[in-house]
Design a protein around this ligand. Structure first.
Ligand SMILES: Cc1ncc(COP(=O)(O)O)c(C=O)c1O
Length: 464
C-alpha cells in the first residue's frame, strides 16, 4: 500500500472515465484493467489501489534514473521559476547549454543539435535532414524495427505491426533489410562463417536501389523491436565502411539505447563507430519531461548553417525540457550510471543464465548493460516460436491461447512488469539504472515463477 491509494469507488470511476474519454491504445483488451499509476520511487511504482509493482522496463524503457528523483525534480522546479518556455524564434540559456553539452559527450564530431519533443520527432528530423543534405529520398533500415509513429518514422520502421495496418500511407521508397539476428539468421548462416552476409546485403540493396537515390541507412545500434539483437563485433564497422564507400549517411536511433542504458553513454561506442546523425529521447530526460534531440556531424551542421533547416516545432528547445535534460545528464556522470549499468547488467545476465538451466523454454538471452532480452521458445532444440502460428486476432490477445499474453498477465498479477508483445517470444528487460541487487533478485524470482507457470499451463518443456 502506498498511502496514496484512492477509494475503490474512485478507482472504478476513473476506469469508466478512461474508457469513455480516451482513445484506446494499440491492441486494446476490453475488460483488462491496466494499472492507473499514481506514484513511484526508483524501480517501484504504485497504482491507484495501492498495489506495488517492481518495474523491469523503467515505464516505457525511459526512466533510466528511476521515478521520484528529488534532485531532478528540484532542478526542473528551479527552471520553471525562472523561465518555462521561450519561442523557438529566440534562444534560451538551457537550450544552448544542452546543445553544447551534447556536443561534448557524444562520439566523434557530432556537434549540432535540433530539439523536439519525442523519439518519433527526433527521427522525423533525422530523416528530413538526411534527405535534404543528400538530395535523395530513400532510407534503408531494418525489418522488424520501430522508429516512431508519424508517417516517415513509421515507414522507416519495418515492423509489420505498423506496416500492415489497412488505410495508412506507408512511404514505399523506404526499403528494408534483415537485422543481424544471429539466433534466427534469415540467411540460415552462422557467424563468423557467414562473413556478415546481412551487412553485405545492405551494400547489395544500395546498389540495386541506386546510391544517388539513397539518403541514409538508419538503425538502432542494438535493434530492440527485433528482440535486443546485439550485432557481432565487426557488423557496425562493416556497415560504416559500406555507407562511406557508397556516400550515404549512417543514422543511429539511440532513443532507447542512449544515455548509459547499455553500459556506455551511447551504444555505438561499443563498436567504436560514429554515425553522421544520431537521435535521442527517452533517457535524455529520463521521462521527467518530454524531449527529443537530433545531432549531426560538422559537415551536415555546416551545410544547414548556410541553408537553414526547414522544420520546426513550437516547443523546439523548450527551456524546462532542456534544463531538466542537463540535470539528468549530470546525474548520469555523478552517479557513474553507465558503469553501474554495465556491472548490474553482467550480474543480471549471470542470473538469467542460471535461470536458463532450470527453465528449458528460455531459448536465448542477449543484451548489453541493462538492455536485455530473453527469448522464449516452444522447443529449445528446434527453436520453435513460443507464440503459435495461425492464431486469430482474438486468440492473439487471449491468455488462453497465447503464452506471452498469459505470462504478461500473470507477471502483472504478481506485481512484476516486463516488456512483452503478443507477437513474439521476447521478454525485454530494461530496469532503471539505479536498481539494486535485491530488487533485481525480487524481479527475477517473480519472472522465474511466471515462466514456470506458463510452461506448465501450455504444456511446454519443463525440468521436473
Ligand atoms: C528505438 C525507438 N525509436 C523511436 C521511438 C519513438 O519514441 P517516442 O515514443 O518518444 O516518440 C521509440 C519508442 O519506443 C523507440 O524505441
Amino acid at each position: 500500500m502506498s498511502g496514496k491509494n484512492l477509494s475503490e469507488e474512485e478507482v472504478k470511476r476513473l476506469y469508466e472515465e478512461g474508457r469513455a474519454y480516451l482513445i484506446q491504445r494499440w491492441e486494446p483488451r476490453p475488460g483488462v484493467e491496466e494499472p492507473i499509476v499514481v506514484w513511484g520511487e526508483g524501480a517501484y511504482f504504485y497504482d491507484a489501489r495501492g498495489k506495488r509493482y517492481i518495474d523491469l522496463i523503467s515505464q516505457l524503457y525511459n526512466v533510466h534514473i528511476g521515478l521520484g528523483n528529488r534532485e531532478i525534480i528540484e532542478a526542473a522546479k528551479r527552471q520553471l521559476d525562472e523561465l518555462a518556455y521561450s519561442s523557438p524564434s529566440y534562444f534560451n540559456v538551457p537550450q544552448i547549454r544542452l546543445a553544447k553539452r551534447l556536443a561534448q559527450i557524444t562520439p566523434g564530431d557530432l556537434c549540432k543539435s535540433f530539439f523536439s519533443n519525442s523519439g518519433t520527432e527526433a527521427n522525423e528530423a533525422a530523416i528530413k535532414l538526411a534527405q535534404l543534405y543528400r538530395g535523395a529520398p530513400k532510407i534503408i533500415s531494418f525489418w522488424d524495427a520501430y522508429h516512431g509513429s508519424t508517417y516517415a518514422s513509421m515507414s522507416v520502421g519495418g515492423s509489420a505491426r505498423t506496416r500492415q495496418l489497412l488505410g495508412l500511407s506507408i512511404f514505399e521508397e523506404f526499403k528494408h533489410v534483415p537485422a543481424p539476428y544471429c539466433y534466427r539468421c534469415p540467411f540460415k548462416k552462422t557467424y563468423p562463417e557467414c562473413d556478415l552476409l546481412c551487412a553485405e546485403f545492405i551494400r547489395y540493396t544500395i546498389e540495386k536501389e541506386g546510391e544517388r537515390f539513397i539518403a541514409a541507412f538508419m538503425a538502432e545500434p542494438i535493434c530492440s523491436w527485433a528482440g535486443q539483437v546485439v550485432p557481432p563485433p565487426d557488423y557496425w564497422p562493416r556497415v560504416r565502411r559500406i555507407c562511406d564507400e557508397k556516400g550515404i549517411l549512417l543514422i543511429f536511433d539511440e532513443v532507447m539505447t542512449g544515455f548509459a542504458r547499455t553500459g556506455r553513454m551511447f551504444a555505438c561506442e561499443h563498436w567504436n563507430v560514429v554515425p553522421d546523425v544520431e537521435t535521442y529521447a527517452k533517457g535524455i530526460t529520463s521521462g521527467y519531461v518530454p524531449l527529443g534531440a537530433t545531432i549531426v556531424n560538422k559537415m551536415i551542421g555546416d551545410y544547414f548553417d548556410e541553408r537553414g533547416f526547414p522544420h520546426s516545432y513550437t516547443y523546439s528547445g523548450h527551456a524546462l525540457a532542456c534544463a531538466t535534460a542537463l540535470a539528468v545528464i549530470e546525474y548520469y556522470y555523478k552517479e557513474r550510471l553507465a558503469e553501474r549499468a554495465a556491472k548490474m547488467g553482467a550480474h543480471m545476465m549471470e542470473e538469467l543464465r542460471g535461470m536458463q538451466e532450470r527453465q528449458p523454454i528460455i531459448g536465448d538471452i542477449r543484451g548489453l548493460g541493462l538492455f536485455m532480452g530473453v527469448e522464449l521458445v516452444a522447443n529449445p532444440e528446434t527453436r520453435d516460436e513460443i507464440v503459435p502460428r495461425g492464431l486469430t486476432p482474438e486468440q492473439r490477445l487471449d491468455p488462453n491461447h497465447n503464452p506471452m499474453v498469459y505470462l504478461t498477465d500473470k507477471a502483472k498479477e504478481k506485481g512484476l512488469i516486463v516488456g512483452t508483445s503478443p507477437g513474439t517470444g521476447i521478454i525485454r528487460m530494461m530496469p532503471c539504472l539505479t536498481i539494486t541487487e535485491e530488487q533485481v533478485e525480487e524481479g527475477l524470482n517473480l519472472l522465474e515463477e511466471v515462466i514456470g507457470e506458463t510452461a506448465k499451463r501450455f504444456d511446454l518443456p519443463r525440468k521436473p
